[in-house]
Design a protein around this ligand. Structure first.
Ligand SMILES: [Zn+2]
Length: 67
């Protein structure tokens, strides 16, 4: 994955982005259009304000896959 990948570049590249919680391993597919709508379109995928819905942790690992 490119170092500068953002929600906007992910949308343009037609990829799906998953965040796996570093604490409990729960994986969640990111709602990329919603992130852009919320104003995070230009922010690094590694620096999004994500919180695990299972355990509340804010550290995560990313997986990017083609649709
Ligand atoms: Zn978690």
């Amino acid at each position: 994955m490119a170092a500068q990948a953002t929600p906007r570049t992910s949308l343009a590249a037609h990829v799906s982005v998953y965040a796996r919680c570093s604490s409990c391993d729960r994986e969640t597919k990111l709602d990329v259009p919603a992130l852009i709508e919320a104003g995070y379109g230009g922010r690094s995928l590694r620096n999004l304000p994500l919180r695990c819905s299972n355990c509340g942790a804010t550290t995560y690992r990313l997986t990017v896959t083609p649709h």
